[in-house]
Design a protein around this ligand. Sequence first.
Ligand code: IPE
Ligand code: MG
Length: 215
Amino acid sequence: MDGNGRWAKKRLMPRGYGHQAGMNAMIKLAEYAKMCGVKYLTVYALSTENLSRPADELEGLFNLFRKYFTKNVKKLYARGSAVKIIGDLSVLPQDVAQVVSDGEKNSPADADFTLVFAINYGSRAEILRAVNIAVDGGKKLDGNAFEALLYTGGIPDPDLIIRTGGEIRLSNFLMYQAAYAELYFTETLFPDFDEKEFDKALNNYSGRERRFGKI
Ligand code: IPE
Ligand code: MG
């Protein structure tokens, strides 16, 4: 979800205004993705690297979680959707970590849509954590057993990864899981990434030929 800051700057507004707009766009997008038949939508809300942003910007982001997270999770539950968190909550402010982890606790087991929320998430940290759990376990693992140790254990690999905001890189997002994902990059800044933009991405995806290394 890249481009919130630039979106705000274009409007001569502080970056936090862009994050607020980005959050609104994300909520709409989750509803629309569900309507389109998407089963899992993973949003990269905060990377491990984002945690070194200036304190006032981080505080603004945390305030968004404090204010809106629970409310929106309840809305998702009311529609039979589930919420799952991936990332390391332990270094977030205690109350924010609480709000976020509470958010996944009462998810329905039989949800037809799951919003996966990546917060203080980074693939390198995720893989390292899994390796250390495996080492502590003391025996060699096969692929399935290793994947179960990732934050995404139980969640299927992504079919499509969308990055908004014009950069053409993954920035430590689902690096293991994205092995065969289709990638879609758009200049559109995240707060402007609406239903129409999502349709464009899905149409583009539907024209891809996925061979998974075969012929
Ligand atoms: C992405 O928007 C949102 C978060 C990382 C929380 P940015 O904050 O990276 O926006 P730009 O890239 O500065 O426009
Ligand atoms: Mg950015």
